[in-house]
Ligand binder design. Structure first.
Ligand code: SF4
Length: 102
């Protein structure tokens, strides 16, 4: 029984260490630049309020990366992954023309 507890503790510790390392790695990931050609192609802005509404008529007030189904972070995260941009993080309050409702 003592060995099971020790093994459980070791597995738990490794899991926590990995989780901390992964969250730190995510936080250190580069942010997507608005000037990145992939970002320009979909009109990405770090602040949805700066979207050119005459150019992107599909934008609706209240839409942000944080409530887009492609956002990989939590809805409260300032930055998070997006399935469109690989390792680069997008701003939670950002937006692009590929916005998809949850
Ligand atoms: S697809 Fe969604 S999460 Fe990704 S940049 Fe566009 S609006 Fe933001």
């Amino acid at each position: 029984m003592k060995n099971v507890s020790r093994r459980s503790f070791m597995i738990f510790s490794l899991g926590m260490g990995s989780a901390l390392w992964l969250s730190r790695a995510d936080a250190d990931a580069p942010h997507l630049s608005e000037a990145d050609p992939a970002a320009v192609a979909v009109g990405y802005k770090e602040d949805a309020a700066k979207i050119d509404k005459s150019k992107y008529s599909n934008y609706s007030a209240g839409q942000t990366c944080a409530n887009c189904s492609l956002f990989q972070g939590k809805s409260t995260d300032a930055w998070g992954g997006c399935t469109l941009f690989g390792e680069k993080l997008v701003a939670g309050r950002g937006w692009c023309a590929s916005y998809t409702n949850m």
